[in-house]
Design a protein around this ligand. Structure first.
Ligand code: THU
Length: 126
């Protein structure tokens, strides 16, 4: 079902700018209208200014007028499945609270979660 999204996330690792951590993260974000946006982590010598791959992809989609997401595939070079950080969970849930989150090791090894299960009780300005 998500074959293309998964392989795009693996390819997106090549876009990573991560000279400090050497930890490459590649993301492929699927919008409600079936467009795919790629993202990768972009690090900065002032480390805390680093931007995660998930938020790079989301910001690209949002500023291209696409604010509803079906799924995000996240690939890294780690041997473990890498979950999105808390900040990215909050950020994605702002737009699509119950999208699918796919953790990718290889084209054949992946896990699918619901964002709501990874991040219940998201902060809301209400
Ligand atoms: N990183 C992401 O791109 N996404 C996450 O959800 C967590 C961490 C990046 C930030 C940094 O460039 C590297 O992974 C190591 O923390």
């Amino acid at each position: 079902m998500y074959e293309k999204l998964i392989s795009e996330s693996i390819k997106a690792k090549e876009l990573s700018h991560s000279p400090y951590s050497k930890f490459k993260v590649g993301v492929a974000l699927l919008t409600k209208d079936d467009k795919i946006y790629l993202g990768a982590n972009v690090e900065c010598s002032s480390y805390s200014l680093t931007i995660c791959a998930e938020r790079v992809a989301a910001v690209k989609a949002i500023t291209d007028r696409r604010k509803k997401f079906k799924a995000v595939a996240i690939a890294t070079n780690s041997k473990e499945f890498a979950f999105p950080c808390g900040a990215c969970r909050q950020f994605l849930s702002e737009f699509s609270e119950n999208m699918d989150v796919i953790l990718v090791k290889t084209k054949k090894q992946y896990q699918i979660y619901k964002l709501q299960n990874l991040f219940p009780h998201t902060f809301k300005l209400k």
